[in-house]
Design a protein around this ligand. Structure first.
Ligand code: CAA
Length: 298
């Protein structure tokens, strides 16, 4: 039965999520479903409205599959939604938070600016985290006064479905902060894995070069896209082939991650660019979100 929504961490009741895109809204949903009070913040009210709609849709999808009466299912959705407040002001959004999760776009300057604002407005004992998928925690936390309360919580898309949460510690993250982040992950129903502040952590460090190897295989004309996808689905039991997955993640995101690593580690051939991917991104073919990437979704 799913209608249990008590979160088992005593020191985290209020969570603020900064950024209401795909990841931020998913994180808000799983936190609220676990009984936590959430403030979801974004600069645009429009984005927040869109996020609340998509959370409602996802919760309804989940509720539908559970045991219980129609009323119980509707109540579950209403109760979970009622735990999520929205704000267009990041400073007020984080005031009462025990845990802040930044899920804004992957721009180092923007993230640094946000954390300066967040640290100024949050409680002194609040834990501050980033959902970055490829940037260094050390770089993001550069301007923070207290780096011991800072760490990484890396979620996967779609957040309500994917069972993993990577919990990242920098050299400054305290044991207490890290232990609380692991507890938060467990309380929201994720399986946690720990990783140091290293490029791509565990999943993306393996996944992004794998996606690029598939693209390079296709560029060399070793095999067709559909055969590479079929091979990995049927031969390795992956739910999606590499081209389907790259379209799902977003080709701009794949390129952004790889470009960042290539700039930082220019001698590592695993991080070499793909001309085909660069061309698709330049044409605005970014995958599912633009209805065209390696495949067409029109
Ligand atoms: N909210 C709630 N439930 C959802 C959902 C959502 N947003 N999206 C899917 N679901 C549920 C469906 O209801 C369905 O549930 P049941 O099986 O209980 O009916 C289940 O998930 C499967 O969904 P679908 O039947 O619609 O489609 P599918 O079987 O093709 O699965 C998928 C879709 C879960 C996305 C699957 O294809 C998959 O796991 N793909 C790989 C995704 C992946 O690798 N993600 C990680 C990307 S990397 C990343 O995120 C890190 C980064 O930093 C780049």
């Amino acid at each position: 039965m799913m209608f249990t929504t008590k979160c088992a961490i005593q020191n985290i009741r209020n969570v603020a999520i900064v950024g209401s895109g795909l990841m931020g809204s998913g994180i808000a949903q799983v936190s609220a479903s676990s009984g936590l009070n959430v403030v979801l913040s974004d600069v645009k009210q429009d984005s927040l409205d869109k996020a609340m709609k998509s959370i409602n849709k996802s919760l309804t999808r989940i509720a539908k599959k559970q045991n219980g009466s129609d009323k119980e299912k509707a109540d579950y959705v209403t109760l979970t939604m009622s735990r999520i407040k929205t704000s267009t002001n990041v400073s007020t959004a984080v005031t009462d938070a025990d845990l802040v999760i930044e899920a804004a776009i992957e721009n180092i300057e923007l993230k640094r600016g946000l954390f300066a604002q967040i640290e100024q407005s949050a409680k002194k004992d609040a834990i501050l985290t980033t959902n970055t998928s490829s940037l260094s925690l050390e770089d993001i936390a550069k301007g923070l006064d207290d780096k011991t309360r800072f760490g990484g919580l890396h979620f996967f898309n779609p957040v309500p479905v994917m069972k993993l949460l990577e919990v990242i510690r920098s050299d400054h993250t305290s044991d207490e902060t890290f232990a609380t982040l692991i507890k938060y992950g467990t309380a929201i129903g994720k399986t946690t894995v720990a990783c140091k502040d290293s490029p791509g952590f565990i999943v993306n460090r393996l996944l992004i070069p794998y996606l690029f190897q598939a693209i390079k295989m296709y560029e060399r004309e070793d095999a067709s896209m559909t055969d590479i996808d079929a091979a990995m689905k049927l031969g390795a039991s992956h739910p999606m082939g590499p081209f389907e997955l790259a379209d799902y993640v977003g080709l701009d995101t794949c390129k952004f991650i790889m470009d960042g690593w290539a700039a930082k580690y220019p001698d590592n051939p695993a991080f070499a660019a793909s001309p085909l991917l660069d061309a698709l991104v330049a044409e605005g073919k970014l995958g599912r979100k633009t209805k065209e990437g390696f495949y067409s979704y029109k």
